[in-house]
Design a binder for this molecule. Structure first.
Ligand code: CU
Length: 313
C-alpha cells in the first residue's frame, strides 16, 4: 500500500513538473505534450575547451522513442546553450553537424557538438514538436576546467552595439557567441525598450527592438530559421528559461507555426512575454541581416507581481 502511494506521489510530481514546463514558453504557450528527454555527454563530466558530443534522447510518456518529430522553425530539434554568467549563447541543431538519418529519427536520438569555453554551469535547453504539441526541457550541466566563468555583470543598459556573425551555411552558426565581446565598429546599434518600466511576474510585457547600422535604420532584415526573431530568455541562476519568437509590431505572435513570416522587415521588432519568476533575466535575441546572424542581449529586472502565480495565460 505504502509503495503504491509513493508511486502515486512520484507520478503526481512528474505531472506537476510537466505542467511547470508548460509555462516555459511565455505568454503564448503552445499545447505542451508529455514526454521525457535526456542528454548524454561525451566526455562526462564535460571538460572546458574540449570538443564535446551531446546526444539528446526523447521518449514519449510510455517510454517509447518520440517519433515522428515535426519541423518547426526550420529544424526538428533546437538546442540553446547559455552560460551561468549570462555572457555566452549558442543555438545548435543536429543537422548543423550531420545528416539526420532515419535510424536516428526512429530512435529519437540526436547528436550535437559543442566546445564549452570555460568551467562552470551552463543551461542546455531543448525544444521539439510533434503533431500534438511542443515539448521543452532544460538541463543544467557542469563543466570542469581550470579557467572559470566570470560572475554575472549586471548591465541594464538599453542601447548596445552587436556584431553580425557570417553564417556558416544557411542559417547555421555553431560557435559560442560572447555577447560582451561583440562590441565592434561595424556592428548593429540596437535600442531595447519595454512598455512597462518595472515588469512584474505574470504580467504581459512587450519587449521592443530598434535596429540601426551606421545610423541608418535597417529595413531589410530577413527571417532566420523561419522566424523574424528568436529569443532565449534565461534567469540569473539558470532556474528559469523561455524560448520564444517575435516579429515586426503587429506580427509579434510568432510561436504559432502557421504565423506569417514577412520576407523583409525592420527596423522595429517586438515580442510579448510574461516572466514566471522575479529576478534578473537576460534576454538573448537572434536576427538575420544579409548573411549575418546578429545575437542581441539585454538584461531586465522583474519584480514579484500581485496576481496569483502559476497561470500566465
Ligand atoms: Cu533553433
Amino acid at each position: 500500500m505504502g509503495k503504491i502511494n509513493l508511486i502515486l506521489i512520484v507520478g503526481v510530481l512528474l505531472i506537476l513538473a510537466g505542467c511547470m514546463q508548460g509555462h516555459d514558453h511565455g505568454s503564448h504557450s503552445m499545447e505542451q505534450i508529455k514526454a521525457q528527454a535526456n542528454v548524454i555527454t561525451n566526455p562526462s563530466p564535460i571538460q572546458a575547451g574540449e570538443l564535446t558530443s551531446l546526444t539528446a534522447v526523447f521518449k514519449d510518456d510510455k517510454g517509447k522513442p518520440l517519433y515522428p518529430l515535426m519541423t518547426h522553425h526550420g529544424r526538428k530539434v533546437h538546442m540553446l546553450i547559455i552560460s551561468e554568467d549570462l555572457g555566452m549563447i549558442a543555438h545548435l541543431h543536429p543537422d548543423d553537424f550531420n545528416t539526420v538519418s532515419e535510424e536516428m529519427e526512429l530512435a529519437s536520438q540526436y547528436e550535437f557538438e559543442f566546445t564549452f569555453p570555460k568551467a562552470g554551469k551552463y543551461i542546455v535547453a531543448l525544444d521539439v514538436m510533434n503533431n500534438e504539441g511542443a515539448f521543452s526541457k532544460q538541463f543544467v550541466v557542469n563543466v570542469e576546467g581550470a579557467e572559470k566563468l566570470s560572475k554575472i555583470n549586471k548591465d541594464l543598459s538599453t542601447t548596445k552595439i552587436f556584431q553580425g556573425f557570417e553564417e556558416q551555411g544557411i542559417d547555421r552558426y555553431v560557435d559560442p557567441v560572447f555577447v560582451s565581446d561583440s562590441i565592434s565598429e561595424s556592428g548593429y546599434t540596437v535600442k531595447f525598450s519595454t512598455d512597462v518600466d518595472h515588469p512584474h511576474t505574470h504580467e504581459e510585457v512587450t519587449l521592443s527592438y530598434h535596429i540601426e547600422k551606421d545610423n541608418v535604420p535597417v529595413t531589410d532584415l530577413v527571417p532566420f530559421l523561419d522566424a523574424p526573431m528568436h529569443f532565449g530568455i534565461v534567469k540569473a541562476g539558470l532556474d528559469g528559461f523561455m524560448h520564444t519568437h517575435g516579429g515586426p509590431p503587429g506580427m509579434s505572435d510568432q510561436d504559432d507555426h502557421d504565423a506569417t513570416v514577412p520576407d523583409k522587415f525592420g527596423p522595429d521588432l517586438e515580442v510579448k512575454v510574461s516572466f514566471p519568476e522575479p529576478g534578473l533575466w537576460q534576454i538573448f535575441g537572434q536576427i538575420k541581416h544579409e548573411n549575418k546572424i546578429i545575437f542581441t542581449s539585454f538584461m531586465m529586472e522583474v519584480i514579484e507581481g500581485h496576481g496569483i502565480g502559476g497561470d500566465d495565460e
